[in-house]
Design a protein around this ligand. Structure first.
Ligand SMILES: Nc1ncnc2c1ncn2[C@@H]1O[C@H](COP(=O)(O)OP(=O)(O)OP(=O)(O)O)[C@@H](O)[C@H]1O
Ligand SMILES: [Mg+2]
Length: 456
């Protein structure tokens, strides 16, 4: 081993001792050192705390897109028993936000339901023996379709208390079930997404919709048979879908029947109005891919798509409305949801194309026509059965309608018109008989007035 003299230090190089002898430098280095040490220790503490947090705490994040979001929001806002002065002050939810739901009212007037729900920000609550921190926040990202910011709720508790979540979700779900019992949830479209319309509606009893003899049973039995055959379809690799087409004049009870049937099956309803402007083929296809589970898909005004069938521009743009091929593709394209019960309605079956009536698209076509004598009698019984004990009033009413020619093809009246007459004469059957002339369709009266028709 040989030693060689170390090279001379460069001119700019100074021994460290010399530097520290310099009081100005020493003060600065000391400060910088302290700062660095503080930063490192802060970082270490920070990392330590976050590691500790990760190990000791459990976070559950729920996105607004998840079904449980609304349940949990309602669960958090529940009044809780106040235990102890400090706990009760610590666990009060002080930040609330208002949720207003518009209820559907028969009179057409708005009815509103208000309730307070947990607002944005952090809250602490106590459930059984666990403290839970709740953080409801809006994210900076947006849903491109609706323009609404994404939202989450994060529930945090001690890892040791993780089993409390099963309890919380169980309670929140049970709460939602009770609130929805006897109700039908209606979904409508918002961009390419589905959203619940207002509060769940009270179920409409199936027997409140009066169709011609046997029609309701025929459809309801078919749907029930289909629901019982899921395995059969799956085993054979056939998409588990069934379609119904209900056609007939306005006010014959098509939509009412579908809503009542959904209630009977304990299903919700997902409605798309095919005549809606802005409903493009793409949007329809996307919506049909994710129809909410356990709902009947209701495609209203199916004829709208047929009016549009030749409207494709040379550049391939289909315009702002759904087209015939768009509807067919959405119904049976590869992308269409695998499980589905769809009801299509129309007032103009003559405008539809044969191609629609194909298994999987439409398996059953049913006409829901103008009011028949059978329906008028059944409706009478529902409204006046209790006061018309001997049925004489019903006989007079039916004879009057017959005399007016309302059961023939010439002057057909609608079940909606009969219901309107009965509602106007609630509890007054003679009033209903006296006003029966009002059931004559207005179009007919207009035609007589201008001399197109002569009175019967
Ligand atoms: N057959 C019926 N039984 C009981 N109510 C009926 C019947 N038909 C119509 N109505 C009443 O008339 C109103 C309109 O009925 P509905 O909306 O179901 O008719 P629709 O056939 O869907 O009409 P449209 O073709 O215009 O959509 C509802 O309030 C409904 O209660
Ligand atoms: Mg309708």
């Amino acid at each position: 081993m040989s030693t060689s003299p170390s090279p001379a230090p460069p001119a700019s190089w100074l021994p460290l001792d010399l530097l520290f002898d310099n009081p100005v430098f020493a003060g600065g280095a000391g400060l910088a050192g302290l700062g660095a040490a503080a930063a490192i220790s802060r970082k270490l503490v920070g990392t330590g705390v976050s590691t500790l947090k990760r190990r000791l705490l459990l976070n559950v994040e729920i996105s607004k897109k998840d079904d449980s979001y609304e349940w949990i929001l309602k669960w958090i806002a529940l009044p809780r028993p106040q235990t102890g002065f400090i706990t009760s002050r610590l666990t009060r939810v002080n930040q609330m936000s208002m949720k207003t739901a518009r209820l559907q009212s028969k009179t057409g007037q708005g009815q509103y339901n208000f309730f307070l729900q947990t607002g944005y920000g952090k809250h602490i609550l106590r459930h059984k023996n666990a403290f839970i921190s709740v953080n409801r926040e809006k994210q900076s990202s947006y849903n491109m379709q609706t323009g609404e910011p994404h939202e989450t709720i994060t529930l945090t508790t001690l890892y040791a208390h993780r089993h409390i979540f099963e309890d919380i979700f169980g309670e929140a779900y049970a709460l939602a079930r009770v609130a929805q019992e006897g109700k039908t949830i209606m979904h409508t479209t918002n961009g390419t997404n589905w959203q619940v319309i207002g509060e769940p509606r009270k179920k409409r009893p199936l027997n409140s919709v009066i169709l011609d003899a046997g029609v309701k049973e025929k459809i309801a039995d078919d749907v029930k048979d289909f629901l019982a055959m899921q395995e059969w379809y799956v085993d054979r690799g056939i998409p588990y879908r069934r379609g119904y087409l209900l056609h007939g004049p306005p006010g014959s009870g098509k939509s009412s029947f579908i809503n009542a049937l959904a209630g009977e099956l304990d299903f919700g309803v997902s409605i798309i109005n095919l005549s809606e402007r802005g409903l493009t083929d793409d949007r329809l296809a996307q919506l049909l891919q994710k129809v909410p589970a356990r709902t009947l898909l209701l495609l209203e005004d199916a004829d709208a798509a047929f009016v549009n069938r030749r409207k494709m521009d040379p550049d391939g743009y289909n315009g702002a409305n759904v087209t015939f091929s768009g509807l067919l593709n959405a119904l049976d394209g590869v992308a269409a949801g695998e499980e589905r019960i769809a009801f299509l309605t129309t007032n103009h079956i003559e405008r539809l194309d044969e191609a629609l009536i194909r298994p999987g698209r439409v398996d059953m076509t049913v006409r829901i026509g103008h009011a028949t004598k059978y329906q008028a009698a059944e409706m009478w019984d529902r409204f006046y059965g209790d006061i018309d004990e001997d049925g004489k009033g019903r006989e007079r009413f039916l004879s009057r309608l017959e005399a007016l020619g309302l059961f023939g093809d010439q002057l057909p009246t609608s079940t909606a018109a009969i219901q309107g007459l009965f509602l106007f004469n609630k509890g007054d059957m003679n009033g209903a008989i006296d006003m029966a002339e009002g059931l004559i369709p207005k179009i007919y009266e207009a035609e007589v007035a201008v001399g197109v028709k002569t009175p019967a």
